[in-house]
Design a binder for this molecule. Structure first.
Ligand SMILES: C[S@@+](CC[C@H](N)C(=O)[O-])C[C@H]1O[C@@H](n2cnc3c(N)ncnc32)[C@H](O)[C@@H]1O
Length: 453
């Protein structure tokens, strides 16, 4: 209890400090909004009459189960400073997000100078109250969601749901998509806050009281493929780097990752290291391009002006280079007779090295066996073509399953490309898929658990 109070007090201090810094940054943006005519001298919205530019006006709390529980004689009283939840109403025009744009640097530049972006900032300026993230960055996430129409968005670090609520509102305006948000220290605060949201927002938000490691494992197991990942958890390098690596694995080709607090060493260098190792990913901004080893703490270093975040985009393809790339383990049936993929690179010749690892688990993982097969395939676009269907000479069989018939299996496919110096990578359309043989089919799980493709 004492620990919890201390944690809470500590949070309040950090929170106040972070908000103060971000408010200062937002003040500059405020000036731009005034110049654009979106708000007047007093900070009141002009172009959207219903959009308050300051803190939200008190409004009704819809569908408050806590209030219902209190009425019924149960539940806990809401904290006196519980934030007011605005009613659900559309805040943007579908027409401004209609044309399914390619999300690139030019799109970001166009968005942040647009009137509809300024209007979103005005609408959600300082709302909801409990956010650690700047108004500019939250408005960007809102518009990104509106433009991309994602099926799945992940947030690492829910805190007081300040960004989660905006993402949820944008998903609701789209009429599709789910927000998965996690915070290992949020088990008590986040569900309470979310329970006060309008029901449609609650329905599309899934909160996990998990560390990002457990969260990503849960998403991978549920075969969730992310369109957008917002990384805002533990900012130490090791944690942030893990979050970036796992978000990259679960993001679909062309998906977007937004990494908050690029002013801090952990998130910034995690993104820099990742982009260095994965040159097919691009930053949609200039937060990393100006990096100099001689200025390790230089600021500003953000993809968005007046913010501290990095926006990076996954390649539309699945590149394979000299270093082996793994799909990670995914659930499969056995036996494995090969794998398939499509090669996007127009012209190629070289060697594709592969290793397949089939793992069998039984008896609560007390018994585990591993079966491996490695080899190389000579590929040449003029003779072997672009559709790759590779059959193993001998199937990869789970002997443990043959003996007991009650195993769970995972498969991991690793690939590496050995081409001429002029062609150090080859591009696949998506991650390779396993080819499953007939023998075990009746009792096998469905195939297709590749979380990357
Ligand atoms: C900067 S706050 C997040 C702010 C929030 N996104 C917002 O919109 O206001 C960072 C959060 O990350 C959470 N956190 C700390 N370690 C974590 C971990 N290993 N995995 C996920 N979240 C973590 C903290 O509890 C804290 O609430």
């Amino acid at each position: 209890m004492v620990l919890r109070l201390l944690q809470r007090a500590n949070y309040a201090v950090i929170h106040a400090d972070a908000l103060e810094r971000e408010r200062l940054a937002a003040a500059v943006n405020f000036e731009r909004l005034r110049t654009l005519g979106v708000i007047d001298e007093a900070g009141n919205a002009t172009t959207i009459p219903s959009a308050p530019a300051g803190p939200p006006a008190p409004g009704p709390i819809e569908n408050d189960p806590q209030a219902a529980a209190l009425d019924a004689g149960g539940g806990t009283a809401p904290a006196p400073d519980a934030p007011i939840v605005r009613p659900l109403e559309k805040s943007t025009d579908d027409a401004d997000f209609a044309d399914n744009p390619s999300i690139d640097k030019k799109w970001v530049e166009g968005l942040i100078t647009s009137n509809h972006f300024a209007a979103v900032i005005a609408k959600y300026y300082g709302y909801p109250a409990g956010s650690f993230v700047s108004d500019m960055e939250r408005a960007f996430l809102f518009c990104l969601v509106r433009a991309m129409k994602p099926q799945a968005v992940a947030e690492i670090g829910t805190a007081f749901c300040g960004t989660a609520e905006l993402i949820a509102r944008a998903l609701w305006e789209n009429g599709t998509g789910v927000l998965h948000t996690t915070d290992p220290f949020g088990a008590e605060r986040a569900p309470l806050i979310i329970s006060r949201w309008p029901e449609p927002l609650r329905n599309l938000t899934q909160f996990y009281p998990k560390s990002s490691m457990d969260f990503f494992m849960a998403l991978a197991e549920a075969k969730v493929r992310l369109d957008i990942a917002f990384i805002d958890g533990d900012h130490d390098f090791e944690f942030a780097y893990y979050d970036v690596l796992m978000a990259a694995r679960l993001l679909r080709p062309g998906g977007i990752m937004v990494i908050d607090n690029s002013d801090q060493t952990g998130p910034y260098y995690a993104a820099a290291q990742f982009l260095h190792d994965n040159p097919d990913w691009v930053e949609l901004g200039n937060g990393l391009t100006g990096f100099r080893l001689s200025h390790p703490f230089s600021e500003p270093r953000s993809s968005l002006p007046k913010s501290a975040c990095l926006i990076i985009k996954a390649p539309e393809i699945y590149p394979i280079g000299r270093l082996p790339r793994s799909t990670g383990q995914f659930a499969t049936a056995s036996p494995i007779v090969g794998f398939s993929s499509n090669i996007e690179t127009p012209k190629f010749h070289g060697l594709l090295h592969y290793r397949l690892i089939l793992r069998a688990f039984r008896d609560g993982n007390r018994e585990i066996e591993e079966y491996k097969r490695a080899g190389k395939i000579a590929l040449d676009s003029s003779t072997t073509g672009h559709a790759l269907t590779y059959q193993l000479d001998e199937p990869l069989v789970s002997h443990l399953n043959e003996r007991h018939g009650d195993c769970r299996h995972t498969l991991e496919i690793e690939l590496a490309w050995e081409g001429p110096d002029t062609q150090r990578t080859i591009h696949l359309a998506a991650a390779p898929l396993p080819l499953v043989g007939e023998a075990d089919r009746p009792r096998a799980e469905a195939v297709g658990g590749n979380t990357q493709a």
